[in-house]
Design a protein around this ligand. Structure first.
Ligand SMILES: [Zn+2]
Length: 273
């Protein structure tokens, strides 16, 4: 097959988000010969192991020994290889490890903090991420970018969404994906769309049965994460199919949203049919 010049860049807050939400579309694009890159923002390993009680509990739950993030990076490479995409892992730390630059205090010490607002100390992080990826977005062949809607309101997802909004305002084509499994219901998605006056429009990208199988195979590589959401790989695959049926409407699909440039008119939301 003649390689396509079309470029796709998926912005993934964590090592699994893009595949969980977009794995079928990624597979279909790669099958068409398009160049697909998944950039994971918060993929860095913490520098030392002086864990807080919270992060120690997480490590124990993940059954991880020395460096659970390294294990997750390896899982991500295997998953993206299955889909035919390439990986870029940025070295920013997951929010559970991030500390206040002045005091060293954890910025997000509890689960409630992780799903609250982005800490003021990180107000410039979205802009810094934009700069870091600037070379990928440059001409001659501008990519289409896929970014999280931040349904579920995880702070790391919010930061990547803020970054993507900057790209929208700079004229980059961005499709926002429904963060799965957070985005399981319309209410959670509606809350993510309610951001002060932008007009959102939903589109469904249809999936073939083959693409859904590939997505399930890829998600299965994230072994350390599956137990957080499902009791088994089989249950994950059933949930994946049920979600693809709901998101697809008349067939299997994944849901994506485009957004207007900055608000000038009154807010409108075009909801799913
Ligand atoms: Zn995530």
């Amino acid at each position: 097959m003649q390689p396509s010049l079309t470029r796709r860049i998926y912005l993934s807050p964590h090592l699994d988000d893009a595949v969980l939400s977009c794995g079928g579309t990624i597979y279909a694009q790669a099958q068409r010969g398009e160049r697909v890159l998944v950039v994971t923002a918060f993929a860095g390993s913490p520098a030392n192991h002086d864990l807080t009680p919270f992060t120690r509990e997480l490590w124990e739950r993940w059954g991880a020994a020395d460096d659970p993030v390294a294990a997750r990076r390896a899982e991500d490479l295997a998953a993206l290889t299955r889909l035919g995409a390439q990986a870029l892992h940025l070295s920013h730390l997951d929010c559970v490890y991030r500390q206040h630059p002045a005091t060293g205090a954890p910025l997000y010490p509890t689960v409630e903090d992780i799903f609250a607002e982005v800490h003021p100390a990180e107000a410039s992080l979205a802009g810094a991420l934009c700069k870091e990826l600037g070379h990928l977005l440059a001409a001659p062949v501008r990519p289409t970018v896929y970014a999280p809607l931040a349904a579920g309101h995880h702070v790391d997802h919010q930061i990547v969404r803020q970054m993507a909004m900057r790209l929208v305002d700079a004229g980059v084509t961005v499709l926002f994906y429904e963060d799965w499994p957070y985005a399981e219901d319309d209410e959670t998605i509606a809350r993510a769309l309610d951001d002060g006056g932008r007009c959102w429009r939903r589109q469904t990208l249809p999936l073939s049965a083959e693409a859904l199988v590939a997505k399930g195979d890829a998600v299965a590589y994230y072994a350390s994460q599956i137990s957080t959401f499902w009791s088994s790989t089989e249950e994950m695959r059933r949930a994946l199919r049920a979600h693809a049926e709901t998101a697809g409407g008349t067939g299997l699909g994944e849901g994506y949203w485009t957004v207007s440039p900055p608000p000038e008119a009154s807010p409108t939301i075009e909801r799913r049919p």
